[in-house]
Design a protein around this ligand. Structure first.
Ligand code: DGL
Length: 272
């Protein structure tokens, strides 16, 4: 049996977006081995039904538990919004962290004018997970949400600085500019990849919250509490699994993590 602190951290998303969370985890916890799972074959999750998203998440978590992970990070807002409780039940004693709890906490004390915007997938917006959680923490805040359905396919295609993206983003974000929000939550883990475009449209007066940062700080605290921080002196191992190969996975992953990555391994989730 491998000691708890030597076990990897499991991180998963519907695609490459969760790599933005991996980046933050690597910054906070540079010696942790990480297993990343991206369900690229079945992306996007954000336009699917709650039942389908729960079934997909269940299969991935079973796979991660088989890899003996010591903590699971749901690096997908859509899954966090609709399946967190199921995942924690399945994971038993293995701690489960999600980007919505961490992102809501980070945004609830940032706004000065009490106007917060959330951009996310349709499934996350429809779940009302962000407004409910943010208002539980601070009921003075008015939360406006926009579903930005086209962002995920653009980003998965690698069009992260494309002029067409800027036109679409301006259209989506206009109601939030008009509402004069001063805090914008990136409620989808793909969106930090298009941060320069979002910053340009929202302007300097809007603080943009990336829930990945708060999530990785929470992971650091939980691993400390559980005496599960890896103290290895070797460079950490990062292992990537996907359900379909994507030409952009390594390109975006390497750009983001600033190092050459091994090719991801294909996994068939049908037997889970
Ligand atoms: N990255 C996922 C999220 O944070 C959404 C991508 C998808 O629609 O599959 O919500």
């Amino acid at each position: 049996m491998i000691e708890l602190n030597k076990r990897p951290v499991g991180v998963f998303d519907s695609g490459i977006g969760g790599l933005t969370v991996v980046k933050s985890i690597v910054e906070q916890l540079p010696f942790e081995d990480i297993i990343y799972f991206g369900d690229i074959a079945r992306l996007p999750y954000g336009t699917k039904s709650v039942a389908t998203i729960r079934k997909f998440a269940y299969q991935t978590v079973k796979f991660l538990l088989e890899q003996n992970v010591k903590a699971i990070v749901i690096a997908c807002n859509t899954i966090s919004a609709v399946a967190k409780q199921d995942i924690q039940e399945l994971a038993g004693d293995v701690p489960v962290l999600d980007v919505i709890s961490a992102g809501s906490a980070a945004s609830s004390n940032t706004s000065k004018n009490n106007k917060v915007g959330v951009i996310a997938t349709p499934a996350t917006v429809n779940s009302l997970a962000y407004p409910k959680m943010i208002n539980n923490l601070n009921n003075q805040l008015y939360v406006s949400q926009i579903a930005c359905t086209l962002f995920v396919p653009f980003i998965e295609e690698g069009y992260i600085l494309h002029p067409a993206l800027e036109i679409i983003a301006s259209e989506y974000l206009q109601p939030l500019v008009t509402a004069k929000i001063d805090t914008l939550v990136l409620g989808c883990t793909h969106y930090p990849l298009i941060l320069p475009t979002l910053e340009k449209i929202m302007g300097d007066d809007v603080t943009i919250i990336d829930p990945a940062i708060a999530t990785s700080v929470e992971l650091l605290n939980i691993l400390k509490q559980n005496k599960a921080i890896n103290d290895q002196l070797h460079p950490p191992k990062y292992k990537f699994y996907v359900t379909e190969l994507s030409k952009n996975f390594n390109k975006i992953g390497e750009l983001f993590l600033n190092k050459k990555l091994d090719l991801p391994e294909l996994v068939n989730l049908d037997c889970y």
